[in-house]
Design a protein around this ligand. Structure first.
Ligand code: JAH
Length: 294
């Protein structure tokens, strides 16, 4: 797979030389091309940003620079893939569609990805509008928080996709076993894991894991995965395929609900959300109504 990344901070991607992604690149499975966006500016200051139309805080990245950069990178890739080839364009933004394991699997099928991480308040929206007419352009979010720019999100996505490429993970571990991967434990979080010694600082490894009863171990692991998912991501259990739940699963779910009072950290009035001061609650993650037009 070829991956192009256009950024004002190409040095940000040095971690892709390391570990699994470094190995994938050495083996030629992952062919990463970094580009300095400022190479496509024409002014002495190499400006990539300007003030936003309509006013407001911050700066917006100029469409002309991005347009020339993306066109040039597409031309460059076509020397390898052929004169009509096009990459999948991926723009990280907090307002994008969620990046999930399903999306990672979809990207892993592509021969060519082009990432366009922004800085400031983002890229002039006409850039995605323009390329959306010429190729598949995705605005994606890796989670509900704001970064200083899209670069860290690109690192996350390249690693999530890169590890799925054939030959990157050893045969010892199948990607089909991952949390969120469609398969055996689909839609459940991974339960706890242990290695030697059997007792560490007084904490014991659950006896069932030392028993050698493979059937009981598999059942225990599923129960723990279910309990952890109920505690941390109840919305995932609500979405579980009813046919994918056996009698034992249903009992684990029922017992978890009945033991609510044994989990003090989530009792009403003690949730972090309800502990916030009135002042903190007014400082919410949205524009204040007084800043908005009627
Ligand atoms: C911030 C451009 N979903 C995480 C995410 C992705 C991108 C950005 N922030 C958060 C971002 C500033 C400028 C992109």
């Amino acid at each position: 797979m070829r991956v192009d990344i256009i950024s004002i901070f190409p040095e940000y991607f040095a971690p892709l030389d390391v570990s699994l992604m470094g190995k994938a690149r050495e083996r030629g499975i992952l062919d990463i091309h970094l580009h300095q966006l400022r190479d496509w500016t024409h002014d002495v200051h190499k400006s990539v940003d300007d003030t936003p139309y309509g006013g407001g805080p911050g700066m917006v990245m100029k469409p002309e620079v991005w347009g020339e950069a993306v066109d040039a990178v597409i031309e460059d890739g076509r020397a390898v893939f052929g004169k009509d080839a096009l990459p999948r364009l991926i723009v990280p933004t907090p307002s994008g569609r969620p990046f999930t394991q399903k999306v990672a699997l979809e990207y892993a099928e592509e021969p060519w990805l082009l990432f366009a991480p922004a800085r400031y308040e983002g890229i002039d929206s006409r850039v995605v509008a323009e390329y959306g007419e010429r190729l598949r352009a995705d605005e994606v979010s890796i989670g509900d928080y704001v970064l200083a720019g899209g670069e860290a999100a690109v690192l996350v996505m390249v690693e999530a996709v890169g590890r799925l490429l054939p030959g990157v993970l050893g045969n010892a571990r199948s990607v089909a076993d991952d949390s969120f991967a469609p398969g055996a434990m689909a839609n459940l979080l991974e339960g706890p894991v242990y290695t030697k010694p059997p007792v560490w600082r007084g904490h014991e490894v659950p006896e069932v894991l030392l028993s050698g009863h493979h059937g009981r171990i598999a059942r225990w692991r599923r129960d723990e995965a279910l309990r952890r998912t109920l505690a941390r991501r109840p919305e995932l259990v609500a979405r579980l395929d009813r046919d994918g739940l056996d009698k034992h699963d249903r009992r684990v779910i029922e017992e978890f609900g009945e033991r609510r009072e044994e989990r003090p950290e989530e009792r009403a009035g003690e949730r972090p959300e309800e502990r916030r001061s009135a002042a903190a609650s007014r400082t919410s993650f949205r524009a204040a109504p007084e800043d908005m037009a009627d």
